[in-house]
Write a protein that binds this ligand. Structure first.
Ligand code: 5AD
Ligand code: FES
Length: 363
């Protein structure tokens, strides 16, 4: 057995390696045989916790206003070419209703950092969703907020929160995020964890100037934080950003990082991202075959889809929710997995856990 395979075996058995060993896999793995070995191990590890299930989440992109200016992101505040929109409570509820009828039991509300959505407005929206769909999980993905805000949202019924760390290299982070703080972002993740949310971190692959050493830092950070969810996708340039003209990440490299992440944080919920499907028509299937176990089809109204353009040529912008639902189901089955329309909580998570954690904190 070659040294790469034996490192993969150690990683499979112990869910850990040293930084140097991770770096060695990242830089040296090339042959189709070694890659397949890594992906098969990742799928087998996933199966030991989640069998062949792939969880579905309905994604509602409810605002493309953003006060931040991430240099890679198409909806950054300074991009004046974006046609900005916000969905009001009734529109969001009607997306949830349609999603519920299609079988979804998790709704992911994602948006830019939009100050219009104060705690009071969000609490009202979340409570309304929870009243209409008490059997559903609600996930928020709306960036950095204060601890008080995270507490209020948790109390309103939010179950999960996605906040990618984007990159674990302080230098790279600061070069990409004007006026944002590397430390504060991490602090937000720890706060969310302490409040009892199921937390999602994650990063982009192929950012300009990102090295394999930086990617090892991402893996190490994830191993230490052990978030319930980990979103990993290739960086894809957008022409109306300061990084236009940059090279993006590749599907193959992203697959390697997905598989390594599966082996380092075995029970994580790992989405097969839309960015993978954008770069390669079979990208999402490939991600499932490298250890991913979540997909997030779009439930946003079709007339706003194109306006939520984080990167170029984003797929599914013209497709009805029902179409995406069917499309994804076909892809999951063709990759050899089965669709699970349940809430799809993390393997360690009991629903009472989240409220208990919160009550301890606010008492
Ligand atoms: N390419 C790929 N992913 C991107 N994101 C934002 N802009 C891009 C881009 N140009 C990712 C970020 C963010 C998530 C919602 O989308 O990681 O956290
Ligand atoms: Fe939207 Fe395939 S998931 S068209």
């Amino acid at each position: 057995m070659n040294s790469i395979k034996s490192l993969i075996d150690t990683l499979y058995d112990t869910a850990n390696l040293t930084d140097d060993q991770l770096l060695m896999i990242l830089t040296e793995i090339k042959s189709t045989e070694d890659l397949q070995y890594l992906f098969d191990k990742a799928v087998s590890k996933k199966a030991s916790h989640y069998k062949d299930a792939v969880y579905m989440r309905g994604l509602i992109e409810f605002t493309n206003y953003c006060k931040q200016n991430c240099n890679y992101c198409g909806i950054r505040g300074l991009n004046t070419t974006v046609d900005r929109y916000r969905l009001d409570k009734d529109m969001i509820l009607s997306c949830c209703k349609e999603g519920y009828q299609l079988g979804y039991r998790t709704f992911v509300l994602q948006g830019g950092e939009d100050p219009y959505y104060t705690d009071a407005r969000l609490v009202e929206i979340i409570k309304a969703i929870k009243i209409q769909h008490p059997d559903c999980a609600v996930t928020l993905s709306i960036g950095e907020r204060s601890r008080e805000s995270y507490v209020a949202l948790k109390m309103a019924g939010v179950d999960r929160y996605l906040l990618r760390h984007e990159t674990a290299s302080k230098e790279l982070y600061e070069s990409l995020h004007p006026n944002m703080s590397f430390e504060n972002r991490r602090e937000c993740l720890y706060t969310l964890k302490a409040l009892g949310y199921q937390v999602g971190a994650g990063f982009m692959v192929g950012l300009p100037n990102q090295t394999d050493e930086d990617l090892v830092k991402d893996l190490r950070f994830l191993k230490i934080l052990s978030p319930e969810m980990i979103g990993i996708g290739p960086y894809i340039p957008h022409e109306h950003t300061p990084l236009k003209g940059a090279h993006g990440g590749t599907v193959e490299k992203t697959l390697i990082l997905l598989a390594l992440t599966r082996l380092l944080v075995p029970k994580a919920l790992l989405p097969s991202t839309t960015a993978m499907g954008t770069l390669d028509p079979k990208g999402r299937e490939k991600a499932l075959k490298a250890g991913a176990n979540v997909v997030m089809p779009n439930l946003s109204p079709t007339d706003v889809r194109e306006k939520y353009e984080l990167y170029k040529d984003k797929i599914c912008t013209g497709d009805e929710a029902a179409h995406c639902r069917q499309c994804i189901e076909g892809r999951i089955k063709s990759a050899g997995f089965s669709v699970d329309m349940g809430r799809g909580d993390h393997a360690n998570f009991k629903s009472e856990h989240s409220s208990k954690a919160l009550f301890t904190i606010v008492e």
